[in-house]
Write a protein that binds this ligand. Sequence first.
Ligand SMILES: NC(=O)c1ccc[n+]([C@@H]2O[C@H](COP(=O)([O-])OP(=O)(O)OC[C@H]3O[C@@H](n4cnc5c(N)ncnc54)[C@H](O)[C@@H]3O)[C@@H](O)[C@H]2O)c1
Length: 264
Amino acid sequence: MTYLAVVTGAAGAIGQEIAAQLAPTHDAVVLVDVDGEKLKTTHAKLESRVEGGHNRIIPEVCNITDPDAVKDLARRVSERGTVRTLVNNAGATHAASLHEMTVESWKAEVDLNLNAAFLCFQAFSESLKACPSSPSVVNVASANGLGMFGNPAYSAAKAGLIHLTRSIAVEYGRFGIRCNAVAPGTVKTPAWEQKAKANPNVLDEVKQWYPMQRIVEVGHVASTVAFLASAQAGSITGVCLPVDCGLLAGAPPVARAFAVSEYY
Ligand SMILES: NC(=O)c1ccc[n+]([C@@H]2O[C@H](COP(=O)([O-])OP(=O)(O)OC[C@H]3O[C@@H](n4cnc5c(N)ncnc54)[C@H](O)[C@@H]3O)[C@@H](O)[C@H]2O)c1
């Protein structure tokens, strides 16, 4: 049996690192992305980075918000092997506030950040069920799915994704399928370019709200995904693990004001 990992949004910064970290525990990693040019570059990079990379890194161009395209993708992937790990990582946000939101932007963000994960799970669920070796799904949610940090449609979709995580865990546990989520805080990736245009200091300014006074490293999101997908996490299902340098625990400036203490 050939064991596969499927990573959506794999041409992006976080997806690429997740693919690299899943490679040692899978026979091959399928990189799924809508951006064919970026995917070519990522494919070449990972082929040289991953041991025995040639033939073990499979690029697949697919718009995962399109139900038919996702079905086709699953059919092509099933010819390559059995899916042991599905990582629903593709995601993005552009609409910062409700005031700026249009019906179209609301629907587009929910489509990409929530509905696409359902489509991918549904398309790959038979393959996951057929996998005898620790099949699992890891959903890349966000701290925005657990608290409010702006970007309302994205946040609502990520909150939905966390609940989809529980639904899959509860219904598919009897097939041995685990499903977990990670909720990253701010990670410096191209996804921040739009906000950096409006405020070039945004990534420095957000650090004050983090107990660790720094933002999250791409590698730490990927290593948490790899852990949740591994046999070491064999009894963990239905959870959402923040990878957020403490953001969701509380903010030092808020604690300083409430406790009237300079020690925060
Ligand atoms: N960067 C952060 O600060 C941060 C924080 C919390 C959560 N996240 C989440 O992490 C995940 C990865 O984000 P990133 O920062 O690496 O973003 P990124 O923009 O670098 O990568 C996202 C990738 O998804 C792909 N994609 C977009 N729409 C697609 C579609 N319809 N079909 C297939 N692929 C599509 C893009 O082409 C891109 O390569 C996202 O789900 C994001 O919401 C990111």
